[in-house]
Ligand binder design. Sequence first.
Ligand code: FES
Length: 87
Amino acid sequence: SFEVEIASSGLVCRVGPEQRVIDALAAHGVEVPVSCEQGVCGTCVTPIRSGIPDHRDLFLTDAERAANDRFTPCCSRALSGRLVLDL
Ligand code: FES
């Protein structure tokens, strides 16, 4: 598991091994807009302030992936212990 932090509020949510980031956030009252929930549409793309995402979407370009400054929380995860989200 890993943690996501909301930069604006300092809220930290743990994301369990079987849990999606969007669900962990929703459990803390943070709703990220979603549509496909499969990493295809890009609706949920969320900016990242720090941490390394584990990109599992089909939406971002290779350059966008390499920048590690945004990810798709409907399906992607984290390689670092914490992702700080620019929310
Ligand atoms: Fe479509 Fe996340 S909701 S990519």
